[in-house]
Design a protein around this ligand. Structure first.
Ligand SMILES: *[C@@H]1O[C@H](CO)[C@@H](O)[C@H](O)[C@H]1NC(C)=O
Ligand SMILES: *[C@@H]1O[C@H](CO)[C@@H](O)[C@H](O)[C@H]1NC(C)=O
Ligand SMILES: *[C@@H]1O[C@H](CO)[C@@H](O)[C@H](O)[C@H]1NC(C)=O
Ligand SMILES: *[C@@H]1O[C@H](CO)[C@@H](O)[C@H](O)[C@H]1NC(C)=O
Ligand SMILES: [Zn+2]
Length: 301
């Protein structure tokens, strides 16, 4: 091997090493904030999150989402990865289907953003839960992430209504304390079992759906988003537990990405039984009947 070759190899190794460092160094403020996120995060055309303009959403019945095994009680682990609190459940896979999805999606993990990432008519709620699923046609999450139909995220918004605690968050929140203090990746098992169904609003049938991306680098454009219309309650005290989570750069005061351009995408608003074709048909009948009545009137005069 000559010197040029050796130099090339050394340079390549250095560059990939450097790239790995910069790729992992991202945050929500300061000199690594969202404005500096590169590649697809900067150049993509179907990025998330977005502001949902309810008036512009296309009302249509895309079918209900089917939450399979969400009602089982699962043990699991919490991870403070420095960017969020993530939950991984143990045991049998949990499945999502329906909602006009092309196949069955497997729950990979769930995590939180404070404040919420998706805004609705410009309003930002204090907390958003992401239930992240991958298409079971692919081997695993990282493989699915490379495909347009690879990932489905169900987003649930939380709001402070009467400031009473949400008991269904307790298995998570009692463990958040144990992983809050950043010492690199920090993991703890939940003491009590978690029923994922309780982290969904009672009304599973109404949601906003659009095509978007992951909201963290590298912002892969492989996500079908379902933002549930109904919100869940949370108290200020519970919110403060999230706001005290530590990262590698001080307290993780917030961890949401700003909203991105919708561009030429459409947001669909699923409403049970709403039939755009049949309502169009009905209004056509009304129109025809009206013309008929009007022509009858004219004949009589
Ligand atoms: C840490 O935060 C400070 C200010 O809050 C910011 O200037 C700095 O760039 C941040 N560093 C990293 C690695 O995010
Ligand atoms: C995911 O699947 C791909 C393709 O089968 C494989 O190459 C890769 O090692 C897997 N990754 C993980 C993290 O299991
Ligand atoms: C607060 O609201 C929740 C959910 O809507 C309800 O279950 C609870 O009883 C309310 N608590 C009080 C003190 O009003
Ligand atoms: C909606 O319309 C389709 C045909 O356009 C029809 O087959 C279906 O039964 C309708 N559903 C409802 C709930 O009206
Ligand atoms: Zn997320």
């Amino acid at each position: 091997m000559d010197l040029d070759h050796l130099l090339l190899i050394v340079l390549t190794l250095l560059c990939t090493g450097l790239q790995a460092v910069t790729a992992s160094e991202w945050g929500y403020w300061g000199k690594y904030g969202p404005k500096t996120w590169s590649e697809l995060c900067a150049t993509g055309r179907r990025q998330s999150p977005i502001n949902i303009v309810t008036e512009d959403a296309i009302r249509i019945d895309l079918g209900a989402l089917k939450f399979d095994r969400y009602d089982f009680a699962f043990s699991g682990k919490l991870i403070n990865n420095g960017h969020t609190i993530q939950i991984k459940l143990d045991g049998i896979p949990i499945h999502l289907s329906g909602g006009s999805l092309p196949s069955v999606y497997v729950l990979e993990q769930m995590h939180f953003h404070w404040s919420a990432e998706h805004t609705v008519d410009g309003v930002r709620d204090p907390l958003e839960l992401h239930l992240v699923h991958y298409n079971n046609q692919y081997a695993n999450f990282s493989e699915a992430m490379q495909h347009e139909d690879g990932i489905v995220v169900v987003a649930v918004l939380f709001e402070v209504i009467n400031n009473s605690d949400n008991q269904d968050l307790m298995p998570i929140l009692e463990t958040v304390k144990l992983v809050s203090n950043w010492v690199g990746k920090n993991t703890a098992s939940m003491r009590n079992k978690l029923i994922p169904l309780l982290l969904l609003p009672k009304d599973h049938t109404t949601y906003y759906r659009y095509e978007g991306s992951l909201t963290t680098p590298g912002c892969q454009e492989s996500v079908t988003w379902f933002v549930m219309t109904e919100k869940l309650p949370i108290s200020e005290a519970q919110m403060n537990m999230f706001k005290h989570v530590q990262s590698n750069n001080g307290t993780l005061k917030y961890n949401y990405r700003p909203t991105q351009e919708l561009g030429n995408r459409k947001v669909h608003h699923r409403l049970e039984g709403y039939n755009s074709t049949s309502s169009l048909y009905t209004s056509n009948i009304i129109l025809v009947v009206n013309i008929f009545l009007v022509s009858l009137l004219y004949k009589n005069f």
